[in-house]
Structure formats: C-alpha cells, structure tokens
Design a protein around this ligand. Structure first.
Ligand code: PEP
Length: 246
C-alpha cells in the first residue's frame, strides 16, 4: 500500500528566532507540493514562535517526558508541547538513547504519552555500525520495535523512523538494498505487533539524507518519507528533499 510521504526535519540543538525565517520557504514548498506531508521539529524554545510564524506548517518536538506533570526538573510534558502548538513528537532518537541512556521501555512510555496528549509519535530505531558489521542489524531493530512501539498505535498516531546510528551526520548511507531489506523487516514486524494497522504506519528513513540522494532513498519500497537532521536547517537544502518525495 502506498502511503502519503512525510518529510520531517529535526533541528536538534540548533536554531534561533532569526533562523525561523527558513520556515517561510519551507512552508511555501509544502503548500506548493501538496502530495508530501512536511514537519519541522525545532528546539522546545522555538516551538511556539515557529507555530506563530508558519501556522500552516506542522511543528513538532524532539522529545517529551512520559509523565503528565510533576517533579522532573528541566523536562517537558506532552500536554505542554500541545499547548505550545506541537502536533508531533520524535521519541527515542539515537542521540537521546545514547546521551540520556533512554531504554526501549522509556521510549514506549514517551510515545504513549505523546499519543495520549493528541500528538503523533515518531519512534526512532536503528543499529550501530558494530551491530550491522556483526550481521545483527535486523534483529536489533526488531528488538527495539518490540520494546518501543505502543501496541495501540495506528497509522494516524504512529510513525517509525529507521535511522542507522552510523549514518547520522556522517554523510554515509546504507545501500538501497539494505534500506529495502530493513524497511521490509520493519513492515513485517509492525504487522505482527499492530495487526492490520501495521500496514498503515509510515516508516521514514533517516541518516544523511541530502538533496542529491533524497529521490533515490524515497523511491525505495516501504520508505514512506524521511527524517532529516543537518539538511533540514536551511530551506535551500530541505526544499529539494521535500521535492524528492513528490
Ligand atoms: C537525525 O539525526 O535524525 C538525522 C537523520 O541526522 P542527519 O540527517 O544529519 O544525518
């Protein structure tokens, strides 16, 4: 089943009020394109300003806490993000799994919280280079899906992003055949976990997606969009990626 593509930008800990000027051309490209959903996930501090500047663009967050409120200094709840105008949240990015030691169970709880608050959750999975070299990439990702996917997720509330850790920010990407193999394995696993809804959940590829490789990567079977880091920071790079998904 061909699903409508989603191209989402993850600004990570980059950006400023001045950088939100990039959103004007991104929103215009999203509108002109019409066949691809587009989202930008700036840092928490820019979400409300981004929504105010380009209300027609989907603005998301890069994380949320699993709890609704309480003594969690420095954290942000899903309801707070919704109040700021976010409509989706990335959870389980490999940088958070590594830097904040997030476990699959925590990622699952965050995804559940995001969905309960009315957002769409983008659950990130992906193997390290060592795991791929050891022939364990598919098994590792299947295990992450087992532990991280909320079982009541649907094609509306849930998105999966396959992001090989070794491809993030490195300029390296897996071969098209490796991407196809992994996305087929993820699709099969989602069907096993979610039944018929598994076929409706979009599976994004992420890791060094650039204007010059976007079209090829987005043409692979079961690649339903892209999660883009560095190349989402400027409209000059991100707009051609959106167009690559059309
Ligand atoms: C990411 O971190 O989600 C990512 C895909 O980064 P980059 O596009 O810079 O590799």
């Amino acid at each position: 089943m061909a699903l409508r593509k989603l191209v989402a930008g993850n600004w990570k800990m980059n950006g400023s009020i001045a950088a939100l000027a990039e959103l004007d051309a991104i929103a215009a490209a999203a509108k002109a394109n019409g066949t691809v959903d587009v989202a930008i996930c700036p840092p928490f501090t820019l979400i409300a300003s981004a929504v105010a500047r380009t209300p027609e663009l989907t603005i998301g967050a890069q994380d949320c806490h699993a709890a609704a409120k309480g003594a969690h200094t420095g954290c942000i709840s899903a309801a707070m993000l919704v109040e700021a105008g976010a409509t989706l949240a990335i959870v389980g990015h490999s940088e958070r799994r590594a830097d904040q030691h997030e476990t699959d169970a925590e990622v699952q709880a965050k995804a559940t919280a995001a969905i309960a608050a009315g957002m769409r959750a983008i659950v990130c999975v992906g193997e390290t280079e060592g795991e791929r070299d050891a022939g364990r990439a598919v098994g590792v990702v299947e295990g992450q899906l087992d532990g991280s996917i909320p079982r009541d997720g649907t094609g509306v509330t849930l998105v999966v992003a396959y992001e090989p850790v070794w491809a993030i920010g490195t300029g390296r990407t897996p071969s098209v055949d490796d991407v196809a193999e992994m996305h087929a394995a993820i699709r099969a696993k989602l069907s096993a976990l979610l039944g018929a809804e598994g076929a409706k959940v979009r599976i994004l590829y992420g890791g060094s997606v650039k204007p010059d490789n976007a079209k090829e990567l987005l043409s692979v079977a079961d690649v339903d969009g892209a999660l883009v880091g560095g190349a989402s920071l400027t409209a000059a790079q991100f707009v051609p990626i959106i167009e690559g998904g059309a």
